[in-house]
Design a protein around this ligand. Structure first.
Ligand SMILES: *Cc1c(COP(=O)(O)O)cnc(C)c1O
Length: 375
């Protein structure tokens, strides 16, 4: 490999490709509780609208609308309403990506490329920040979280920033609430983020905002070094369409617009996101159901003496096994593959298991299989 591909960057040759569902065959009927998608497809009513739009409105031979103006307008309105803002967000506050994954990469390109900066992440957290940084040759500084509640160890975080000289930390990535652990940022963590100097970009990834209903968007006018990321892939049930967006002050949004590919968002995806926003009264009530299910599943797992399960503000739960130290990772890997063989995909990550909340039937099967597997 390295001989024949000597034109490839040596650091990239050493990286393995990201595989969403690692390892082997899966049974035909499967409960997909490993990627935090919505358990329900779009309602027929919305699918018909999209089919109609494809038949009547979308010209397949034409490039997509490249400025995303209409969709930005709809997002600005939704984001204003959902954060109860007194001052309206406008299209100048929004940039749209091919999934928020694209926006993460754009931010890395805009800040750290060419040895200009490193990023700070607190693990366990969303793996994409580190994966994408590495593919761009950007250094990743990782600190660990407190075991009890997965809050940041602020002394360690501050030390990491003070220590990083060449290249300096230019971006801090925070998920709010965090994946895989489900905890939202608390007051002292937010205060620490507010205390960071203006030459550090603070990225607050609110992928699970609709579940947590907690947001920092109202602070953005005051903070020119903050940016919020959100996605249509989770509560809005549009993972297939790859639509994510950033909210920030216009100067920062301009930078993202500069970096993105000109036609990054297919016409059909733009339409799907617009239609989903128009019909949010139809789509978002499922969030309440999911939260109820999450609490039901949580209380059943909480009763299992062999498990430690944390409270969550998102559409998934995070758990670990009690009283296993050196063989913990092995045991988790075994549970994950046993469940997979039985038809339940869950995610073994960050020293624990992350389980998406699905339909109640899916959750019941998962509970049964998981409890059998640990006992
Ligand atoms: C799911 C998820 C995303 C993914 O977003 P896409 O819009 O599907 O690319 C981003 N951040 C976090 C923390 C996520 O869990």
């Amino acid at each position: 490999m390295s001989d024949r591909h000597s034109f490839i960057r040596s650091d990239l040759l050493r990286l393995a490709a990201y595989t969403p569902h690692p390892g082997g065959e899966t049974p035909a009927s499967i409960d997909r509780l490993d990627t935090n998608e919505s358990p329900l497809d779009l309602p027929d009513q919305i699918k018909s609208k999209l089919a109609w739009a494809y038949q009547q409105e979308i010209e397949a031979n034409r490039y997509p609308e490249g400025s995303h103006e209409e969709l930005k307008k709809a997002i600005a309105e939704y984001a204003t309403e959902s954060a109860n803002l007194t001052q309206d967000l406008t299209t100048a506050n929004i940039s749209i990506g091919n999934g928020s994954d694209e926006l993460i990469r754009s931010l890395l390109i805009a800040t750290c490329l060419g040895g200009e900066g490193a990023i700070l992440v607190a693990t366990p957290t969303f793996s994409m920040y580190g994966i994408m940084a590495k593919t761009l040759g950007v250094r990743v500084v990782s600190i660990s979280r407190q075991e009890s509640d997965f809050a940041l160890d602020l002394e360690m975080a501050q030390q990491a920033i003070a220590d990083s000289a060449r290249p300096p930390i230019r971006v801090v990535f925070m998920v709010h609430p965090n994946s895989p652990t489900g905890n939202a940022l608390v007051a002292r963590e937010l205060d620490w983020l507010r205390s960071l100097p203006e030459n550090i970009l603070v990225v607050i990834d609110e992928a699970y905002f609709e579940f947590s209903q907690t947001s920092v968007v109202s602070e953005l006018t005051k903070r020119h070094n903050w940016i919020v990321l959100r996605t249509f892939s989770k509560a809005f049930r549009l993972a297939a369409h790859r639509v994510g967006y950033a909210i920030a002050n216009p100067d920062l949004i301009q930078v993202l617009e500069k970096v993105r590919l000109p036609y990054n968002l297919p016409s059909f995806s733009q339409t799907a996101a617009k239609v989903a926003l128009q019909h949010r009264q139809l789509l978002l009530p499922l969030v309440t159901e999911t939260i109820k299910e999450r609490e039901r599943v949580w209380s059943i797992l909480e009763d299992e003496s062999k498990l430690q399960v944390w409270q969550s503000n998102a559409n998934f739960l995070y758990l670990r096994l009690q009283n296993i130290s050196d063989k913990h990772e092995n045991a988790l890997a075994q549970i994950t593959s046993k469940l997979k063989a039985e038809g339940t995909l869950i995610r073994h990550t960050g020293g624990g298991l992350r389980i998406t909340i699905g339909s109640s039937a899916e959750n019941n099967r998962t509970l049964e299989r998981l409890i059998a597997a640990i006992n």
